[in-house]
Design a protein around this ligand. Sequence first.
Ligand code: NOJ
Length: 766
Amino acid sequence: MKSMFPYALILPLTLFSTTLFAEPIPHPSQSEQQRDQFVTSLLKKMTLDEKIGQLRLISVGPDTPKSVIKQMIEKGQVGAIFNTVTRSDIRVMQDQVMQLSRLKIPLFFAYDVVHGQRTIFPIPLGLAATWDTQAVTSVGRVSALEAAQDGLNMTWAPMVDVSHEPRWGRNSEGFGEDTYLTSIMGKTMVEAMQGKDPADRNSVMTSVKHFALYGAVEGGREYNSVDMSSQQMFQHYLPPYQTALQAGSGGVMVSLNSINGVPATANHWLLTDLLRHQWHFKGITVSDHGAIKELINHGVASDPADAVRIAIKAGIDMSMSDQYYSQYLPGLVKKGAVTSAEIDNAARHVLNVKYDMGLFRDAYSHLGPVGSDPKDTNAEDRLHRQEARQVAAQSIVLLKNWHHILPLQKQGTIAVIGPLADSQRDIMGSWSAAGVAQQSITLLQGMREAVGSSATLLYAKGSNITDNSKVQAFLNLYEPAVTVDQRSPQQLRDEAVAVAKKADVVVMAVGESQGMAHEASSRTDIRIPKAQRELIDAVKATGKPLVLVLMNGRALDITQQDGQADGILETWFSGTEGGHAISDILFGDQNPSGKLPVTFPRSVGQLPLYYNHLPTGRPYDFTHPNKYTSHYFDINNSPLYPFGYGLSYTDFTLSPVTLSSPTMTGHHTLAASVMVTNSGKRAGATVVQLYLHDPVASLSRPVKELKGFQKVWLQPGQSKTVTFTIDKNALSFWNQEMKWVVEPGQFEVMIGTDSVHTQIKSFTYQ
Ligand code: NOJ
């Protein structure tokens, strides 16, 4: 059995600043100087076509089969390959480079390793729900190890797009709605996946995405535009990208959206002024799929050649699934519309990352000798099940536990119902890389193993994911992703009701299919699909105690089900070991410790709904309702479940906040502490969260902002003092003059175990 956290890096749990400052120009290190000299001399040997070849990222697939790729390699027309995931396939292509190409510049190989490669961990939203950097480090290390052992050099991850839009399907791939939490999780992922050096045999280089602001697409509609104030941008949306780059990410993938009218792929300010000149980024920028061509649709390029000219001038180095760079760059250079220096600059970035990947030292660094390729890439012993089970258990959020229905006893008769209860594919979530569905553990399997012969489990599917044939067709467009049971909805429900009636308690696995929370999966209705809601209604009518196990990749509107269920577990898509992990929680073998990284609204009509909103001039006070205040007349302003929320099988109490001083001056720091006590009867963990508020400033400041957190594990009766160090950066904001400032005055410190129930104390900054 492999040990837990075998590669854990020790990450300081101190407050970490995510404030965005232009960095002073760093002096190149000795190794950077060596790299620059190496790349400069290599560039001198390259023809224009070879340089353009380095800018091409080719996806292996029907449009570019391996035979075509071989010809491209021979002519030096490829820089990197993606969507190939076995060592033997990769080796063939690297061999071709070494044997057939003039300059033998190694290819790098990339893939979307977003939450695991062979072993699938919870989706990133679930990883964020752990609020545990050690757990996320373990995910990053294991994913990098498995990816590197498959011969990969780069991953298109982490995705650090902050989003306030649960309608957007890609919420599943990110770390939620908060800047600070996303920054910490993104940084942790970069550090873990790149290890000490991305060139290491067990590490891969990361490519942070999608730069920038992709999570803010209007209305949550995929690929839509983004229009945003400078304050929102700098304060809330840009810091996670910068933090990931400061952590050393070698790559950046550019987003598909426009920003205030200028598509990111055409955005010189974003890709050159900010990224290169202010942040001094030396790695590669990669366009997203089709993005260069789409500049024509965006209405900023007149034809393909124009699109290419704009993209390279804006700062796109590598063109994903390239057709256009190779076709149009030579002509554009010839007629002077693109300069050789611009080509050199982009090629230099590509060669820089290849150097940093160690490929010029050893083109086979992640491949090893020929005979070492795994005989079976999907072999069971390549998986890291124990790590996956631990992390998945930590990602689960207990939303409701009426009369302590949970944990369940392993006795009596338990009905397991729902279209997600036995789906090996769905539990892995979207972007499950090279994960194999047949290797994942469903809830039903996990519960069966957990109870053995001590309880009777009865199972009924109960409904399809959805009965809407259009949605079924959408989900099954490219592959049979959702199996549709041909029995009528009534037949399926009747079976479930009959099973429920025989049981002492019902556990229902409901929510979204994997494909409903993915790229291009925006929804206007974020409720559990109707077929499943009707199933819940029917089972509820039996009067049996009801536990809902939610599987989904976004915040859902579960207002109705919240009124029906006795217990609710938010399990996201929990990965290869999901079924084991959920059972561990259901039966109390593990105590839930996850906290929501997103706000759960009462209704889609409240969106966008996020905890760190600005105050209004007419705040609504439900204790003194006033018509002319900011509210909806048909629903509360408050969320159903707030950001940072999650219950445990034990109780935690917090002492009042103590501050090291009532004032903070200049660059000095202030310590804010609370004592947290496990006042219940079980061992468990909670997340102590620090929020700050600047009540009077030259701009309205959010009502609170997360600025620190610590996950604390305590035995019953045990206490621990948690201390956060507040520095000047934590108080700063992007003002009207577009500068980071801290304005002297009073600040509020709020510490709690969610974003609503906090202890408050004030201090003065001078
Ligand atoms: C498009 C997606 O937007 C991006 O996230 C992904 O990395 C690429 N395709 C490659 O698969």
